[in-house]
Design a protein around this ligand. Sequence first.
Ligand code: SAM
Length: 457
Amino acid sequence: MTRFNNNYGNSRSRLSTYEIHPTSVKMIQQGNPWVTLDEYSEKFQPNDKFIVAMSNQRQFALLLHDPQHKSVRARLWSKSGNFEKQIKSFKADFTKRVDEAFRLRKDQKLLEKRNNFYLIFGEGDNLPGLFVQYLNGEVLVQHYTHFWDKYENFVLETLMKKIRDVFNLDLYKTNIWKQMRVDGEGFKESPKCFDPNLSFKNIEIQEFGVKYKLNLGSHYDIGLYTDMASVRGKLEPHFKASESVLNLYSYSGAFSLFGLKNGAKDVVSVDLSEKYLEWLDENIKLNEDIDPKNHKSMVSSVSDAIDKLTSDKKKFDLIICDPPSSSSDGNKRTNALKEYEKSLPKIEKLLTENGKAVVFLNTHKVNRRKFQVKLHDIIKDKGLKLKTSTFYGLNEDCPSMPKFPEGSYLKGFLLEKCENPLEEIEKIQKSTGNRPQHKKKPYKKRYNKKRPVNGNR
Ligand SMILES: C[S@@+](CC[C@H](N)C(=O)[O-])C[C@H]1O[C@@H](n2cnc3c(N)ncnc32)[C@H](O)[C@@H]1O
């Protein structure tokens, strides 16, 4: 292992170069931007802000160092050019990347449809571990790495300036909130305002014409998943065509309100948490054009609720199922993917003749391909008359990288009724090569280290 500290003349610049693990070299070359904790990265000196990664004695990547992070010790900043110069121009390059990220959202004309969106989506915007949401005049800055702590004021000033330049909007410290979301640190911190006199704020946002109450400062989660907004937008035609909607794992009711707004007359929301369902009721009250009589909440585990709705002979045109990656109903812990073995046959029974379901999985540990194969296995094993069709993943304001599974945690499939599911599955297998890859080593063994995630729920 080598570490070179080069002092250049009178300049205080220092280039800290380290050999990194051959697997990390390969992964960076393939497009995965993280260097995790291993026998190489644990030798990075805590005072080094930047790491120049070496492979075969050649400098090949500039990394942002996070000596405090339990597993992701460094994140890719650049793979080419003169790294020493790039360290010196770091602030200017950061500003340029922020500008590019903001202009991308401006070009997407997001403000015409919703006033909640990501201004910066971490690695997907080449700003590793930095996530920034715009929430109707408020800005929530989320750090997934301690690296940005050292630049807190600079980041804040750059965001304020660029929001003015690109969106012509003025921001003040009372509108900017910061939250540490470093994975695995146990304590779940609520957002904190940059104005120390403000401990929390209730705000209202509008997404596709629906109003939601959000809270900044009192809870870890703010009341709405902004990364799901573009998916909701894509699902609009299915909501428009549905008279009845079942929203499983509803949280504060984003899918329920979207259904009601789009004309559904019978919407049922299921969540274990009474507090979240009360929040949902408040959201309904905010929207005067929504008739609360068209909505019913069930404070229950999804498995009990599905059984109850089945015994009541209820049917739905659209069922949304968006479970956390792993959950507990107070008695036992369940894994979302495994749970579909039990819930999918019941979901099928709850669908009207041409009913559709959208099933989500919120974990990077299972990729889109594996999720689809698992759904096909369940369809075959249980003899269901369903087929997988449209895929829904992160998009628009939430860009992801093709070779970075940790950044592509959100995935969903539309399930449609189908008379010959086996034929359909075969067609899909032929076109995608989507077969289970039993020979591939399981995820954990391939990486041989625990990798956290940006957005798992
Ligand atoms: C990922 S959030 C759902 C987000 C929501 N679909 C949205 O887009 O806003 C997961 C929700 O599932 C609820 N939950 C967790 N385990 C559950 C269970 N076994 N039965 C019912 N709800 C559960 C949690 O209280 C939480 O509100």
